[in-house]
Design a protein around this ligand. Sequence first.
Ligand SMILES: *[C@@H]1O[C@H](CO)[C@@H](O)[C@H](O)[C@H]1NC(C)=O
Ligand SMILES: *[C@@H]1O[C@H](CO)[C@@H](O)[C@H](O)[C@H]1NC(C)=O
Length: 134
Amino acid sequence: MKFAHITILSLLVLTVCAVAKPRATIVDYVPAREVLPLPVSVETVDGKPGEYIVKSSLYGSGFENYSSVKTKLTCEPGVKVIQYPVTLSLDQIDSFRTNYRLQVPADKKIVTCVRNVTDSEGSRTISFSFNPTH
Ligand SMILES: *[C@@H]1O[C@H](CO)[C@@H](O)[C@H](O)[C@H]1NC(C)=O
Ligand SMILES: *[C@@H]1O[C@H](CO)[C@@H](O)[C@H](O)[C@H]1NC(C)=O
């Protein structure tokens, strides 16, 4: 091997050693507050074509209480949205759910809805759509 090769190889080995050397870093975590909308599920209703149940759930962390967290569902005109009672307490630490019943006109080929999730730090909207089965 030529001198240049040996030099390059040595440098390479040194670099790999330097990168691989474990670092004793202590990381301080700061708690973050967030509310995340989880994917919705859309279910048909037995014997009621044109009706769908939309189950919306959220995951929250870092808040002391979730009493300011609200979910509102709106769909395009013509689609009737009925909110069911919340099935889990909003003060529950991890997940909370809201169910809705939709009545979709027979001529709709696609339904688009928007979830508006509001917490103490603001609101955001997430949209979803589905193809009715009728
Ligand atoms: C939760 O927070 C709201 C508003 O910040 C407050 O009005 C309410 O009393 C709190 N509830 C609890 C159980 O701490
Ligand atoms: C979402 O809801 C909040 C609270 O009701 C409202 O202030 C905000 O304007 C809504 N956002 C949209 C895009 O509808």
